[in-house]
Design a protein around this ligand. Structure first.
Ligand code: UD1
Length: 431
């Protein structure tokens, strides 16, 4: 398994191109199951999760074509993938595949809507709390599906097709909203989704579904209405920029000092995080090309943060922000309200010299003057990159083990950081 070695203490200066958003790419790819025609997606990030989902969709009968790099494109340019689900050959998604990536559970919605049945393994995914699927299944039931669970598998049936319904989520769920949008687009009649997730990735999926012929109003608000159509057609769509990657590199430069242009980034996708970074002491400006983040030698201020659904501070930036706060002046309280048990990075940050106490769903971070490099272990996707951020500012050498988590969600991480002056090397290891 590969490791990443980082020698800390260098500022970041230069340009980091922002990749297509993983969390938009995955539901967009899954939406290809809704139509017998070709869905062409541009700007897909080159990530392990994207490759895995291509394989999963292939098992259901989706033909795919991936465009290579064109002359003149940099290694960080996104890829174009054409997905054609003309013949769905299988509505079964086995444990071995779904367990590797939680989002692949969402195939249940388009398979059910188009084929009238699906059998999908209960998911695995990042080890951050219990992550149940009750709300996802409730949404399908409201659209007329009969659901049973047998031996770790969800069996969903709608022999006469889905019909519109009223879905009221008692907790905001991104996956539940994605599934409801996809299924309701092909359900007979009108669907109302209340307390829908407002994340930009929901809007990206809805925009693509509308291009495919769906009739959706209100995406991006907590009340979405859908008028079902009999069939959807092919379309072409550009995946939105990754707001979590953007926020991660913004925090990295706040940590190390320097001046970075996050090319292609859109500030409205992460305004709450940018506001927090300004309070911390980073200088943030928007240009035609993206977002510019800089910090001079002045220290970091401790700021309290509470995660919340969009437009609040994203849970997917909580670990990175905690890394940043380990070197702030004073004490910061970081409260995680979305996922239980999303503090696995705390122990590893402590190995680098961070002072963090846990009090229920709150971490109290007392800033220290210096972190010290050490071997650390990546535990999940966002936790792994928080260790990278800490290591960039730590004295000496840090090795981050189990970097496959990083490969799931960060495209060309070491190339992007090295190009801006960081000392980051991947050490390939057999086995
Ligand atoms: C998505 C993102 C993930 C992000 C999360 C919250 C993708 C691929 N993943 O995950 O990166 O951290 O949104 O912004 O887009 N819940 C239930 N029952 C359910 C479903 C969810 O109780 O049936 C709970 C979850 O345990 C969690 C909360 O609802 O506490 C939010 O989860 P959800 O928004 O569904 O997260 P994901 O869609 O899995």
């Amino acid at each position: 398994m590969d490791k990443i070695r980082i020698v800390g203490g260098r500022p970041l200066n230069g340009v980091i191109p922002v990749s297509g958003a993983k969390n938009a790419a995955l539901p967009l790819m899954i939406a290809s199951l809704l139509t017998p025609e070709t869905l062409t997606l541009h700007n897909l990030p080159r990530l392990a999760d994207v490759s895995l989902l291509v394989r999963i969709l292939g098992n259901h009968g989706v033909d795919y074509m991936i465009n290579g790099k064109k002359p003149g494109q940099t290694v960080t340019s996104g890829q174009t993938v054409r997905l054609s689900a003309e013949h769905i050959v299988d509505t079964f998604a086995p444990y071995e595949l779904v367990a590797k990536m939680r989002a692949s559970f969402w195939v249940l919605a388009p398979l059910l809507a188009r084929m009238g049945h699906a059998k999908v393994s209960l998911p695995g995914g990042c080890a951050i709390g219990t992550r149940p699927v009750d709300l996802l299944l409730m949404a399908m039931e409201k659209l007329g599906a009969q659901i049973s669970i047998e031996a770790g598998y969800v069996i969903a049936k709608a022999p006469d097709g889905l019909r519109g319904g009223h879905i009221n989520f008692d907790k905001v769920t991104v996956g539940g909203t994605h599934m409801a949008l996809m299924a309701a687009s092909l359900a007979l009649g009108h669907t109302l989704i209340e307390n829908a997730a407002r994340e930009p990735e929901i809007v990206d999926l809805a925009d693509c579904l509308v291009k495919m012929g769906a009739r959706i109003h209100g995406a991006g608000t907590s009340r979405i209405e859908i008028e079902g159509v009999a069939g959807l057609k092919g379309a072409e769509h550009h995946v939105m920029p990754d707001r979590i990657e953007t926020g991660t590199y913004a925090m990295a430069v706040a940590m190390t000092g320097g001046d970075i242009l996050l090319e292609g980034a859109r500030p409205e996708l992460l305004q709450s995080a940018l506001d927090v970074l300004t309070q911390v002491g980073a200088h943030i400006s928007t240009t035609n090309e993206g977002i510019r983040v800089s910090r001079n030698g002045a220290g970091l201020q401790a700021v309290d943060v509470e995660t919340a659904p969009f437009p609040g501070f994203p849970t997917d930036l909580q670990a990175q922000f905690m890394a940043l706060m380990t070197r702030a002046k004073g004490s910061s309280r970081i409260t995680e309200t979305i996922f239980e048990n999303r503090f696995m990075h705390v122990q590893e940050l402590a190995r680098l010299g961070a002072k963090i106490r846990l009090d229920g769903d709150t971490a109290i971070v007392d800033g220290v003057d210096d972190l010290q490099g050490a071997p650390v272990m990546a535990t999940d996707l966002r936790a792994s990159v928080s260790l990278v951020i800490a290591a960039l500012a730590a004295k000496g050498e840090t090795t981050v083990n189990r970097v496959y988590h990083l490969d799931r969600g960060f495209e060309h991480l070491e190339a992007k950081l090295s190009a801006c002056g960081a000392d980051v090397t991947r050490l390939a290891q057999a086995g």
